[in-house]
Every structure is written in structure tokens, then in C-alpha cells.
Design a protein around this ligand. Structure first.
Ligand SMILES: Cc1cc2nc3c(=O)[nH]c(=O)nc-3n(C[C@H](O)[C@H](O)[C@H](O)COP(=O)(O)O)c2cc1C
Length: 436
């Protein structure tokens, strides 16, 4: 029986905009290694495939409606590759996946950092490829604004190729390290990259042995046409935000249908949408948990949560319809939000209240059985190969999921009770990948 793959996103102490205000949260957790250690070890005890860190390169929302920014916890966060490196020796089997921007870093630096994490964790690292879209990110890197869409994706595509090329600098058996003969490595098994492209010129090689898992696992987040093309070619896992089954199935098919033409098999690439479960012993208990979180949303923060996708809507009637997005920097998410508002007939106020929880990811409020049903349905109808669990707030939402949903999934034979392998790639059931 096909198994579900599960990630846990640890970003921002939970994805709900009011997560940090929940009495069960540790409000200074986002700067505290011990907080992340507790969450990661709990996720490992539950046999999650991986913990996942999203990332941003600035405090976003400078132009957000007045009074919203000082109410946000997003202004204090640890750098994710550093954080995951600290978590590596504190864990044994769980995968450690960090977001890394292709817009504002150099492939050599990123290839080196991720491969270091991979070696230090015994082959448990992954890199989530993103193209940074925030204007505030641009301002921290000497640019006035985000590069246009095509430029960002052209650069991302070349960036991924260079990183993979660097990860393949040495064959798996290149290092002889023969103390007697004095030969450290076999020169025939070292490869200079000599890359000259539109954005990068990188000679290589990367001075690091090959990954214990061939190459670290590549996640890809971004689902416009340009994004899908890069994902189908180079990614191992696609992380996406899909609100309903039909959209998720269409997305799944659109990626998987490209694989045979690229010489890849269906199982070579996994699709993992985000899923925010709000789970209770009864539906009423789950609903009460949701309502308690919603009551913590300050209206200024709610409106600000739409700002960077749909623009400043403060001049519009909050109880009127949602306007169509105009040339947004984050097209897929803006369109998803707009479609949701149209389908459900949401006003601006209703939209931000709904999205304040899942931020564009699917949210399900229910019992463990209901959530397990939904996950099974998505798995069996080619909408998902697994999910990146997007908790409302941490650690409570992880504990609820582990206690109330996972045993049901395990009873159905849909989720492991023990890790199968030592590396992230093995646990995800992905083939060892290399360019040679
Ligand atoms: C599920 C998902 C997660 C993302 N996570 C991040 C992130 O952590 N940091 C970031 O800067 N961008 C993130 N992005 C933004 C993408 O890299 C990209 O800029 C954006 O999706 C616009 O491209 P698209 O229209 O192809 O989706 C994410 C996108 C998606 C769909």
C-alpha cells in the first residue's frame, strides 16, 4: 500500500497569524534552539519524514496598514541552515529541509552550506528552492525591487543546475585517503564544473565529498508554469498550496505528466501540499480550538496578511467583494486567494479571517478520523503523495496531530511505525540521484 510522506513546517512558531499569542505557545520560541529541539525531537518520535523551514530575507510588510507590524512575531527568526545544523546532532533519522533563495544567494555558497548540513546529519538534508518575491528582500541585497518573474525563474533554473553540478564534483568513491601511499583522492574522479551561463560563472569543483544520499533532496516551492517546468526537471519534492481536491489533482497531473518526457518515473518526484489540520476529539472541540485562535487576530494584522499578495485593500469596503489581483509578485498564491474568495463569495473581511489561519494552505477542522479520511482521499486520488503539515501553533498543534491523527493513519497502513532508512532520500522512497 502506498505510504504517506509527512513533513512538519516549523516556521514562525506556527502559521496562524496569532500563533505567538496562543497561551500554549512560547512567545520567544522563534529565537530559542531548545524550543526547536523539543519540536524536532517530538516530530522524530512520531516518525515524520522531515522538519521544514520556510524562510524570508527581510522583515516584510513595511507598507502594511499602520499598527500591524508591531503585532507580528515575524521580526525575530533564526537563520534556517544554521538552526538545522544545530539540530542535526540532536536527532538521528528525521530529515532537515531548509529554504534557500535563488534570487539573493550564490549557488556556490548554497551548495556548500546544504551539502555540509547533509554530511553532518548523515544524509538527511534537503533544500527548498524558492525565488524571493518580497520587495523588502530586494532592498537588503542592493536592489530597488524584485526582479521580474521571468528573470527570477531563469536565474532559479540555472542556479539549481549549478548547485547540482557542484554536488557532483566528486564521484562517490573518489576519496581513497590511503595513508600509506599518500594518495588522498583519485584525480580522475574529481570534476570541474566550468559553468558559464547567463547568470553565473562557476568553475568548481566544490571542495566536499559527495553526499551520503547521492545528492541532498531538492524541494521546490512555486507553481506558475515557469515554476512547474523547473520542478519537473530538477526537483525531488514539490511543496505547494492547494485549497481543494480538484485543483490539487490538476496540479499533480500537470507535474507528473511531464516526467516521462524528461526521462523520469512517476515515483521519482513527490508532491506534498501544505495541510493545516485543526483536530479535536470531537468536531466541536476542533471548532472551539479554531475559534479560540481566530479570536486572537487583531483586525490590523488580518488585513496586513492580504497585503503582500493582493495589495493594500484598506481603501476598499471590507464587507465588499475582493478585487482581482493586479500583476502580483507572488502570482500563484494571489490567484489562489482570489479564486477562493470568488468560489465562496467571501468579502475582504471574510477572506482575511479565513486565510489568517492557513495562509493559503488547505485547512481542515475535524476529528482525527475526518482528517485521516481527507489525507487518504488525496493520496489515493493522485492529489498528493504526502503533506507538509502546517501547524496553527507549536508545539500544541503537532501534539494534537501526533495523538489524534497519526495512530489512525498507522492503523490504516498509510504511515510508517518505524523509519525505513538512514537518509532522507531512503525514507522518502526516492532513488539515489546523481549526474554521473
Ligand atoms: C508552497 C510554497 C512555499 C513557499 N515558500 C517560500 C519561502 O519560504 N520563502 C520565499 O521567499 N518564498 C517562498 N515561496 C515563493 C516561491 O518561491 C515563488 O516566489 C512564488 O511562489 C511565486 O512563484 P509561482 O507563481 O511560480 O508560485 C513559496 C511558494 C509556495 C507555492
Amino acid at each position: 500500500m502506498k505510504q504517506l510522506r509527512l513533513g512538519l513546517s516549523m516556521f514562525r512558531m506556527g502559521y496562524h497569524v496569532a500563533a505567538w499569542r496562543h497561551p500554549g505557545n512560547q512567545p520567544d520560541g522563534s529565537m530559542d534552539l531548545a524550543y526547536f529541539r523539543g519540536i524536532t525531537q517530538a516530530a522524530e518520535a512520531a516518525k515524520f519524514d522531515l522538519v521544514f523551514m520556510a524562510d524570508e530575507l527581510a522583515i516584510r510588510g513595511a507598507d502594511n496598514p499602520a499598527g500591524s507590524r508591531c503585532r507580528s512575531s515575524h521580526v525575530a527568526e533564526l537563520e534556517p541552515i544554521t538552526l538545522l545544523s544545530a539540530l542535526a546532532p540532536l536527532t538521528e533519522r528525521i530529515g532537515l529541509v531548509s529554504t534557500g533563495s535563488t534570487t539573493y544567494s550564490e549557488p556556490f555558497n548554497l551548495a556548500r552550506q546544504v551539502l555540509s548540513l547533509d554530511h553532518m546529519s548523515g544524509g538527511r538534508a534537503g533544500w527548498n528552492v524558492v525565488t524571493s518575491w518580497g520587495k523588502e528582500d530586494a532592498l537588503n541585497f542592493g536592489h530597488m525591487d524584485t526582479p521580474d518573474y521571468d528573470t527570477r525563474y531563469d536565474r532559479a533554473s540555472e542556479f539549481v543546475d549549478v548547485v547540482r553540478g557542484l554536488w557532483n564534483s566528486f564521484d562517490a568513491d573518489a576519496f581513497i585517503r590511503d595513508q600509506k601511499s599518500g594518495i588522498f583522492y583519485d584525480p580522475d574522479k574529481m570534476h570541474e564544473l566550468n559553468h558559464q551561463g547567463q547568470f553565473f560563472s562557476v568553475r568548481g569543483p566544490l571542495h566536499m565529498a559527495r553526499s551520503p544520499q547521492g545528492e541532498p533532496v531538492i524541494f521546490f516551492a512555486g507553481d506558475s508554469e515557469a515554476g512547474r517546468a523547473v520542478a519537473a526537471r530538477a526537483a525531488d519534492v514539490v511543496f505547494t498550496a492547494k485549497q481543494d481536491l480538484a485543483d490539487a489533482q490538476a496540479f499533480y497531473a500537470s507535474i507528473k505528466d511531464r516526467l516521462p518526457g524528461l526521462g523520469r518515473d512517476d515515483e521519482d518526484l513527490l508532491i506534498m501540499p501544505g495541510l493545516m489540520p485543526i483536530v479535536g476529539r470531537t468536531k466541536a472541540e476542533a471548532q472551539a480550538k479554531y475559534d479560540a485562535l481566530q479570536a486572537l487576530i487583531d483586525p490590523r494584522v488580518g488585513l496586513a496578511s492580504l497585503y503582500d499578495r493582493l495589495g493594500d485593500l484598506s481603501d476598499y469596503d471590507l464587507d465588499g467583494p475582493v478585487p482581482e489581483p493586479k500583476d502580483p509578485a507572488f502570482r500563484s498564491r494571489a490567484e489562489g486567494m482570489y479564486k477562493l474568495a470568488q468560489r465562496e463569495g467571501y468579502t475582504i473581511r471574510q477572506l482575511y479571517t479565513t486565510l489568517a489561519a492557513g495562509r493559503g494552505h488547505r485547512m481542515v477542522i475535524g476529528t482525527g478520523e475526518e482528517i485521516a479520511d481527507e489525507m487518504q482521499l488525496w493520496l489515493e486520488t493522485r492529489a498528493a503523495d504526502g503533506f507538509n503539515i502546517i501547524p496553527t501553533h507549536l508545539p500544541d498543534a503537532l501534539n494534537d496531530f501526533t495523538e489524534l491523527v497519526l495512530p489512525d493513519l498507522q492503523n490504516r497502513g498509510l504511515f510508517r511505525t518505524e523509519y525505513e532508512g538512514a537518509t532522507l532520500r531512503e525514507n522518502l522512497g526516492l532513488p539515489v540521484k546523481s549526474l554521473r
